[in-house]
Design a binder for this molecule. Structure first.
Ligand SMILES: NC(=O)c1ccc[n+]([C@@H]2O[C@H](COP(=O)([O-])OP(=O)(O)OC[C@H]3O[C@@H](n4cnc5c(N)ncnc54)[C@H](O)[C@@H]3O)[C@@H](O)[C@H]2O)c1
Length: 322
């Protein structure tokens, strides 16, 4: 078959989140196929977005020889096996966060991606949130001095369908990635406390990440609060930036003044994220915004947070940079 220029990307796992990937890829005109072991779900979405449904990864890969890549939107503990199969046949892969459950799996994935010369990235979507992009620019330009400390609050009622991991792997990982991104660095120490009240894994956690030069990030997440909260603050030597991931608004307090920067129209982070993945696939940009090493570091910090919480000890780390 002669292949045209259009990219073809399949989505594996079209549940609560994967269906958004399907919608966005369809809008971009690059939706290649849909795969979910829940046949009703796969059929329904394929009907809605005029695509082909498959009910297993093997069936998808056998019948769609001209795919360029896949999005893996299945539960965390399935990421490794699914992404491995995809990379083994030479396809690019975007794996939802966290890249994999264990850092050993992440490292094997990095090696395989290198060997097969395929793109591997993970869904740390807040990098594409316009609020975080604005904060990143302000911090990198030292507009309000040097960044000293950050705080993140991510709260919501418990997602009943998440059964394979607790809040650290499911939720805190977003803020772990954002903290490393905004500090432009990796933590050398992790200390955490977490607890299990209603879920089978931890459903509340507070994680402290210590960076060099006394810089610190505090990440508080819980699945107890009945409404959705996703806020952050960044304390710099000459001002404090606070923001809301949901509304994408930021506010800067400095001296006696408060500044609320205006932005153009609302942009959906997922659209920006998937467009960026396609730009790497088509060679427009050289490497993914979230490198596999970045994503591996997040899993390593999540592992350390669980270990710290279980042992009551700080965990010292020496992470590779991207
Ligand atoms: N980036 C974000 O903001 C964000 C938000 C939500 C979820 N996620 C991530 O997306 C992933 C999925 O989360 P969700 O909330 O959509 O879960 P979900 O349970 O709603 O959906 C998972 C889907 O995967 C399917 N599935 C499971 N194993 C499969 C397999 N081997 N082959 C084919 N299909 C399979 C299930 O049938 C289900 O439809 C997780 O990794 C989660 O961390 C990311």
């Amino acid at each position: 078959m002669v292949k045209d220029d259009k990219q073809r990307i399949a989505v594996i796992g079209v549940g609560g989140w994967g269906k958004n990937h399907v919608r966005v890829l369809h809008e971009m005109g690059v939706l290649g196929a849909i795969c979910d072991e829940d046949q009703l779900r796969a059929k329904e979405l394929a009907r809605l977005y005029e695509s082909r449904p498959y009910y297993s990864l093997d069936q998808l890969l056998e019948n769609e020889p001209d795919l360029d890549g896949c999005m893996v939107c299945t539960p965390t503990k399935t990421h490794f096996a699914i992404a491995k199969k995809i990379m083994e046949i030479g396809l690019h892969v975007f794996v939802e966060k966290p890249l994999a459950f264990s850092s050993k799996e992440c490292e094997q994935m990095i090696e395989l991606a290198k060997q097969k010369k395929v793109i591997l990235t993970s869904g740390y979507i807040e990098r594409f949130n316009p609020a975080i992009q604005d904060v990143k620019r302000l911090i990198d330009d030292h507009k309000y001095g040097d960044l000293l400390m950050m705080e993140f609050h991510r709260e919501n009622r418990m997602p009943l369908h998440i059964r394979d991991v607790g809040i650290i792997y499911d939720t805190s990982v977003h803020d772990i990635d954002t903290a490393m991104y905004l500090f432009n660095s990796t933590p050398h120490v992790v200390f955490a406390r977490s607890g299990t009240k209603f879920h089978s894994y931890e459903d509340f956690a507070t994680i402290m990440l210590g960076f060099d030069e006394q810089r610190v990030a505090i990440i508080a997440s819980n699945w107890i609060t009945p409404n959705r909260v996703r806020k952050f603050s960044a304390v710099c030597t000459d001002g404090i930036i606070t923001g809301d991931y949901i509304t994408q608004a930021i506010k800067i307090d400095y001296g006696d003044a408060t500044l609320i920067p205006r932005r153009g129209k609302f942009q959906e982070p997922l659209t920006l994220e998937l467009r960026s993945f396609l730009d790497v696939v088509t060679g427009k940009i050289k490497q993914p915004v979230v490198t596999p090493q970045d994503a591996t570091n997040v899993t390593k910090v999540a592992e350390a947070a669980l270990l710290s919480s279980n042992t009551g000890s700080p965990i010292y780390m020496d992470l590779k940079s991207r």
